[in-house]
Ligand binder design. Sequence first.
Ligand SMILES: Nc1ncnc2c1ncn2[C@@H]1O[C@H](COP(=O)(O)OP(=O)(O)O)[C@@H](O)[C@H]1O
Ligand SMILES: [Mg+2]
Length: 360
Amino acid sequence: MKIRMENVSMKFGDFYAAKDINISISKGEYLTILGPSGCGKTTLIKMISGILRPTEGCIFVDGEDVTDTHLEDRDTGYVFQNIALFPNMTVSDNVGYSPRVRDMTKDETASVSEEYLKLVKMLDRAGAIPKELSGGEQQKVAIARALASGSKLLMLDEPLSALDARVRVELRYDMRRLVKKLGITVLHVTHDQEEAMSVSDRIILMRAGRIVEIGTPLDMYRNPGSIFAAYFIGETNLLECTVSGKTKTGKTVVRLRGGQMVRAAKSVLTEGDAAVISVRPENVYAAKEGLKAEVTEVVFMGTYRRVRTVAETNDYLEYNISSDDEIPKIGDKVHLVFNKKATMVFPRPEKGLKEAIELE
Ligand SMILES: Nc1ncnc2c1ncn2[C@@H]1O[C@H](COP(=O)(O)OP(=O)(O)O)[C@@H](O)[C@H]1O
Ligand SMILES: [Mg+2]
């Protein structure tokens, strides 16, 4: 199922929950809609499913304008953020309940149910009723039911957020594998950037009702188009600076607040421009020379340690060391250098850096 949204907005009173949305989704694509709470993710998929009619713009499915098509005629599977199973039906009957199976025999329905319950590892609870299940188990049944409906477009609103960390990670891969096998198009809402990065073909990043950026996880991580994207997808250090010039190869040279010079990636900015550089912790290293910083905290993260520092420029700077590396002590002075290819340069936002990364 191919979807296109053209200049779509959703206004509640004077407030735009979604504004000027333009997206094209290919058949079979796995898309996540990522963004902080309240940014309009649920509103967006409710408009596509037909639960909400946009106040402006048009929605097309396979080229046909469905803006005014009733939700029951849209053939989309939808898993709500708050689980909505039939309370008096067994797990198996819940999963088997869909228009697709209306014409099937009882045995056929049961086998469809079984297939999808197996997938979400809930087959052993097929005879239970929803209230006998934990929240996470109910959510798995809801996912199985949506998949079993046979619809070509599946919309999942934070489908994994109620699950244990372990189950959540496993189910991510199961879900992606399955929908790819079935060839269905998925719109998966999440506020978890790691989840978005690990399952998506593309991510739609939203903020305050608008789409900030659309791209593949790798592109968005390596080449974010904005400070907000750099900050929201992955972790990053942000330092205010001024462009002082370019190297022969076109790299940007910036002056930090304390006057220190740092080389960063190419950019369109020119000498004198107010800028911000963004460098991820994995691209900062302790060396013999470099920006002076004082260690304030060392956090064990399992496969690595995160060292938190305050630099001589007064910026906070974090970097990673391997778990085998010597552990710096609090108060130690270190010298930090940046991988210049991975140090991105952005124009300094007019309203300030804080506003640029605020989540609400
Ligand atoms: N029916 C409604 N009436 C008024 N405001 C709403 C309605 N639905 C959502 N909103 C507002 O629109 C914004 C986006 O909501 P929502 O799409 O649920 O965000 P998200 O799913 O990203 O957390 C929020 O500020 C929310 O309060
Ligand atoms: Mg929501």
